[in-house]
Design a protein around this ligand. Sequence first.
Ligand code: ATP
Length: 365
Amino acid sequence: MTNETSFRIAVLPGDGIGIEVIDAALEVLSAAREKSGGFRLNIETLPAGAGHYRDTGVALPGDTLKAAEESDAILLGAMGLPSVRYPDGTEIAPQLDLRFHFNLYAGVRPSMTFANGPGVLADPRSSDIDFVLIRESTEGLFASHGKGVVEDDREARDTLVITRATSERLFDFAFNLARQRKSQGHPGHVTLVDKANVFKSFAFFREIFDERAVSFPDIGSDHLYVDAAALDMVRRPWEFDVLVTENMFGDILSDLAAGLVGGMGFAPSADIGDNNAVFQPAHGTAPDIMGSGKANPVACILSAAMMLDWLGARHDAPGCLRAAQLIKDAVATTISETGMRTADVGGAHNTEDVVWAVVATISGA
Ligand code: ATP
């Protein structure tokens, strides 16, 4: 008789290639779980997204939200289709609603290069890129989502909000992540990205960052204005460890970070709060390639590994940590040694080829 920890996973594939990359990630999760042992995953696949809205008039059904609330972690594909909109013309984006509903303030966006992997920088040091950008995900300029105003067709306004409570939690999250990474050989450094020289809100943000930094004397810290950060993310990205920033800046810089290491197909992400977390690739539904088998599943597979890391640390489940490592190693091997490339990085391999290679590597490990 085994005594395995069991986790309930709410899976929301969503729309477009979200559905395809989730299928890929589930195959890989299953292989890693089988190989590492020590835990079980009860997968519950749930409807939500633009397609569901088109068919039923509801984007995020109450039953889906309830199952997500009761789950141990949420794995999401991507949501939204250009042809399906709310009556006011806005996009269907239940993934944003989930961030607010569960107060997932820390958007964690790792960026790393793989040996022989895709990347756009000629400098050989770019093979050492390995940093994490943390995007505050519940306030900043996005606090204005749905609340912006246009006055008399003359003037428009959206308001950026920074609160002490969220900023303190965000910065503590960033410093704790840097501390955890330091134990794995990273520098142990957090860089705040802001625009404190121009805006009161960012001067306040910086003040809180400096206050929290004092509680983490073993972790280095500095600040960069967002324009300088954009420059340095191209000029010297290998020097960064953990970056933390406001929602809108993070939205933009995380795409830049993804571009450095091969594009959206290589960018995993997690939106983490105090009690819940959603793991999803940073890319959208890519309607231009959906159904063609061309979707790069790496971002979603690595997001699933992030989920196992989070579950393993939170529940003291070494099986999850082992499985996460198996997945990360197998992805690295697939990219570095098999030369496998999907169309987004100029290759001819399809989604299933990558899944097959990753699963075969895990099974043979
Ligand atoms: P969103 O607004 O939700 O971020 P978007 O349409 O702006 O979505 P994405 O869907 O992320 O952007 O991607 C833009 C383009 O990049 C896609 O149309 C597609 O060609 C390519 N792309 C994105 N993700 C992948 C992937 N995983 N594999 C292959 N190509 C991808």
